[in-house]
Every structure is written in structure tokens, then in C-alpha cells.
Design a protein around this ligand. Sequence first.
Ligand code: SF4
Length: 499
Amino acid sequence: MRDLLVLTALRVEEHALRLPAGTRVLRSGMGPERARIAAARGLAVDARGVAIAGLCAAVSPALRAGDVVLASELRRDGADPVAVPGSAMLAAALRRRGLRVQIGPMYSLDHVAGPKERAALQDEGVIAVDMESAWFADAAGGRPLVVLRVVVETSARRLADPRTLGASLRALRSLRRASRVLAEWSASFAPRRVLLAGPRSFCAGVERAIDVVELALEQRGAPVYVRKQIVHNEHVVADLERRGAVFVEELDEVPEGATVVFSAHGVSPAVKSEATGRRLSVIDATCPLVNKVHAEARRFAADGHTVFLVGHDGHEEVEGTYGEAPEAITIVETLADVEQVDAIDPARVSFLTQTTLAVDETNEIVDALRERFPLLRGPRSDDICYATTNRQQAVRAVAQAADTVLVVGSQTSSNSRRLVEVAEREGTRAYLIDDESDVDLAWLTGAATIGLTAGASAPESLVRGVIDAIGSLGQVEVEERTTTTESIQFRVPKEVLAP
Ligand code: SF4
């Protein structure tokens, strides 16, 4: 069996391609009829995956000659669209090679599209057109499929334009470079098992915080200002921005009298006073479990304790808790810090922790603190919240049975980063990804079982996107490994409660 079947239309395109050894190439000639015949022949070729490669004309004005287009979907008149999942992973591989890439729907026509037709297609979200791809796609027959084309004609130029010759050379050079990535793509074909960690994705505090911004937008209209990222996830923030939320770093960026939401991570009393001073209408989306830590900080400080706050210096949550009693609190990040810290009265010492730390590591630090200060007191119940603990337990379970673990979450998300560390502690390779476009095909090569989870701030829809992307490389069997179930919900603050 061959790894790869490549369908292309023109001899010049075939010559430009640099393909892995043993690839079967079918060249059809131009247009739908020839493409249809080639697809029928391709269906009979014993190959593990199918690539459609060649040149195209841009519809999106953002595309330049030489840009690579990967189809997310193929459309043509009189047929259902064909989804092409997995393009995002290939796009990442192309970008790592320095190529400009855009992913989007492509349309195949039986004629050369004129300017008016392209404008109409642009309105439908189409980014490029050609005359074969949608017919070629019939050759896939359920096998992995990718459509990789390079722009030869931009939306502003016609083929008759003399400058198109230069564009053709640029496009063919780019096609040559881009086609080399097909070797990496075909090496990652395999059936796989995905072990889904449960619980994963949104916790009650994150759901509440997002609900708060959505309700504020609904009730008060845009713009609604949000101090810091409402939760640490790029997709969530971008989505709320599109709907009218304006994210600011500090309150001086908020116009006087406007509505401002405090993020799930909490704020210090100084920030609250500043908001009052500027007559801002505040809606506090601080997670109730973070508020609990703030209350403990105030209580211990009022009792004259030195409070060791175990957490990451500079993290918003730590800044907020620290601000409750800066004169009493010392931040402890590592075991080494424990050796350096001091207490005014060793009989009055206590500790608190950030809610999103790694449970094992934190226990080690607390044990070390207790060794130095035997009278150390702790919070009434664990500060590391239920969602953090549950997600760490769940990822540990899948990591033990997986070759590779993928954690969906942003770099800024502390709890997501801890999930990567917990998986690594089990001896499994683990990677933090914002979405499927961050997956390096090399991570999947040779990995038969993929553990998959998402941090407490990452939407479940992104997990589904990753499963689809893995499924684009071969059959995928999904198995959920649930270590516990969650039912906690938090009420939204009164400011956004329906009357
Ligand atoms: S991770 Fe825990 S503390 Fe943080 S928002 Fe979620 S429930 Fe609240």
C-alpha cells in the first residue's frame, strides 16, 4: 500500500511538487470533467491518504500570490460541502517553514470566475476558487484528505494581467516548498485511541464569570469593560470581545461611570477602592472560592499571623489575595523559598494557597513550611479548589495509559499548565495547546493512544476540534475516563440577576 495519493491538474503543478518516495500522482488536466475521471481512478488506488495540490485563484483580498490556501471545506454547485478537518495542524507545520497560510472554504467552478462572481463568493466566506478540487475530493473515500493550493491569481488581478507571470513563478516556488510538508502529514496517518479525561474544561467559577459578562452585555449593552482577562483563555476573551466586551489592564483605561467587571481571579481591596473613587459601576465576577481565600487572609492577618501564601508571584489571583494584607503576607513559590522566609512570631504562622496549584507540589511546600514552623496553621478547607484537584486526578489517570497527552488551554492559564506538569510526572509527554492548530504532527507520529483534557478555563468545543483533527489522520476511537463527576454551580452576582 502507498502512503499517499496526490491529485493535481496541470503538468506544471506536478513538476513543482516535492513528494515523499512512493507517492502515486494522478494528473487530470484542467476542469471538472477531467477531475471527475481522475477521482474515479484515484478511488481505486491503494493509498492511506489523499492530497489535492496545485494552484488556485484568491477570493479573499487578504491573499497574496504565493500564499498557501488549505481548504477547511470544499464547495461546488449541486453538491453538499465536503469538510476537510485537520487543515489547522498542517497550517501550523507550513507556518513553521515560514510560509503564509490561510484556512477557509474553497469553491470549485466549471469556469474561470469573474470579479462579480468572486465578490459574491467572498460574501459567502469563500477564500479561494479552482476548477477541480471539489470533484477530486471524491477520490478520498473516507481516507485522510487535505487540499493544499497556492495562490497564483489574487482577487485584484485577472489571468490576462502581464504581472501574473511573475506571480506564477512565485506561486510554483511556494507550491514546491509547501508540498514537502505532505511527507510529515502522511507519516502521521494511523488509527488512534483518544482517552478523554473527565472532568475537564469549564469549572463553576469560569462558567459564572463568562455568564456575568454575557448578562452585563445583554442588560447594559456594549461596551462592558473587563479588568484583565475574564478567565485565562484566548478563545473565550476573543469571543467576548467580538460581542462588545473591552478588556483593560487597569481601571484608569475605563471611562468614569462605566460598567466594569472584575475577573474570576479576584482583585485587591486597593482596586475596589479605586473603582469606587472613579464612580465605576462594578460587577464582581471573582470566583467564590477565591473570595474564600481572601477572607482567610484577612482572618489570619487580623489574628496577628505571618501568612505564607503559596503561589506564583505576579499571578493575578496571588496579587489580589496579597493585597488583602500586604504587611502580613509573604509569597512562597518554591521549596527553596521556604528556607528564606521568616515569621515575626513562630507561634502565629499560617499558610494559604493559590487555588490552581499542583496538589502534590503544594503539599511538599506546605510540609516543608510545617517542618520549619511546627505551629503552622492552614485554612479550614483546602484552598486548591475542587476543579483543580479533579482535573489533575483525571489527567493523571489518562496519562498513565497514554503515549502523549494534549492539554487544551492557554499559556496564561495556571491550572492548564499544571495539568501538563501532572501528566509529565507520570512519565508521559504532554503539551499545552490553545486549539488543534497548535498540534505538531510530529507529536502524534507513533502515538497510538492520546490522552486529552482541557483546563478549567478552556471551552469544551475546543476539545471536540482536537478530536476531529486527530480523526482526520485515521480512524479514532474515543473513550471517556471519568474519575469523578461535578455538580457545583455558583449563582451570578445580584447586579446581573434577572429582576
Ligand atoms: S479554578 Fe477553582 S477557584 Fe478558579 S475559577 Fe474555577 S472553581 Fe474558581
